[in-house]
Design a protein around this ligand. Structure first.
Ligand code: DP6
Length: 358
């Protein structure tokens, strides 16, 4: 593991500000289950998206004690402060200055609320990047070689999947022998990518925009005593190794097999845990069936993955775009709430912004 150098500065003596935009990501090999404070039971691998993102501005000024004001899309949202405060408690050993600062945090998403997609990865990555930026401003001259790793380390302490959102393309979070600099405490970028996976589509078919029935934090807890835990760890270790090879070789068939296996495993684990959850809906299953039929009949390399919810992510290479778009219109839109879906594609990663309002 690489030692990350945070400022360790105890207090700020003037005002600082940083604004970052960070994208969401879709896990191909899923993170499901924790073994220690925000450390995963298995390594996960994700693709960073381009359009689904959060923009966050953090302003701090000196203060006797920590205070937080948080607004989302222009409205004060005090109900989010406990989560931010819990995150700050987890990182105060690395950035002690946060204990003597008044925070004004503003955030917004680039995707509609109605989409029902989780925003914790993008929003927590944007917040962590802004905090890392301020930490570096406090300690100039240290160089920013490990800037993204530090941001990933902090982001993970807010939300595990957020640790992967600080890189463009593909990233891996969790220690695994296949990835030399990998760690349970921060994600790394995975760059051995065949051109076919460089612009890979992820269209999110919204079957239900209602909030999730189980928070992912509670969901991860269900893995603690799960009868399949050991088998799951072995399966994920094998899947991530083979997926890395498929991404490198441009092997679409193997990519499809592993990605769908991971999606169904995630939901299988939820359904078979002591407290059982079924988050997929009849429309989710109808889409899965239609995708598999279409692939068999047309040979178009399109597959699905799922998050912890009923919406379906359709994944396919750019060269299949026209055929898949037609397929969505002809066969899948009938299963989407208000015939709604979001189009996205592999993204280049977070961006620092000059101002929040630009
Ligand atoms: C199913 O990152 O939301 O999306 O660390 O408790 O915030 P916390 O969980 P979170 O879990 C995401 C789980 C998943 C799979 C994944 O993104 O790897």
């Amino acid at each position: 593991m690489i030692a990350l150098s945070f400022s360790n500065i105890l207090e700020i003596n003037s005002a600082y500000r940083a604004v970052w935009q960070a994208p969401s990501n879709i896990a191909l090999v899923k993170y499901w289950g924790k073994k220690a404070l925000q450390q995963p039971v298995n390594a996960s691998l994700s693709m960073t998206l381009s359009k689904a993102a959060s923009k966050t501005s953090v302003e701090v000024r000196p203060s006797e004690q920590r205070t937080i004001s948080f607004s989302f899309e222009g409205k004060q949202k005090p109900e989010f402060i406990p989560k931010i405060d819990q995150f700050f408690k987890r990182i105060e050993n690395y950035c002690p200055w946060i204990n003597r600062a008044a925070f004004t945090i503003k955030s917004e998403n680039t995707f509609p609320h109605s989409a029902g997609i989780a925003s914790s990865a993008s929003s927590m990555a944007a917040l962590a990047l802004a905090l890392t930026d301020i930490d570096e401003q406090l300690n100039p001259g240290k160089g920013d070689e490990d800037f993204l790793m530090k941001a990933s380390f902090l982001a993970r302490l807010a939300s595990g999947s957020a640790s992967r959102s600080v890189y463009g393309g593909y990233s891996v979070w969790g220690l695994h022998p296949e990835f030399s600099r990998s760690s349970d405490t921060y994600a790394i970028g995975y760059e051995k990518i065949h051109p076919v996976f460089e612009s890979f589509h992820d269209d999110v078919l919204i079957t239900d925009s209602q909030p999730k029935a189980v928070s992912s934090t509670a969901g991860h807890g269900l893995m603690n005593n799960h009868p399949f835990l050991e088998g799951r760890i072995a399966q994920a270790d094998k899947n991530i190794r083979e997926l890395a090879t498929a991404l490198q070789d441009g092997d679409l068939n193997r990519f499809i097999e592993i990605t769908e296996n991971e999606a169904l495993t995630l939901h299988g684990l939820m359904m078979s845990s002591e407290k059982s959850f079924m988050l997929i809906k009849p429309t989710t299953l109808a889409i899965i069936k239609a995708v598999r039929n279409f692939r068999k009949q047309s040979d178009v390399p399109v597959c699905f993955t799922l998050d912890a919810g009923p919406n379906v992510h359709l994944l396919y290479p750019d060269k299949a775009k026209e055929k898949v778009q037609q397929f969505i219109k002809d066969e899948l839109l009938q299963y989407c709430e208000n015939q709604f879906y979001l189009e996205d594609i592999t993204g280049a990663g977070p961006k620092k912004q000059e101002s929040y309002d630009a």
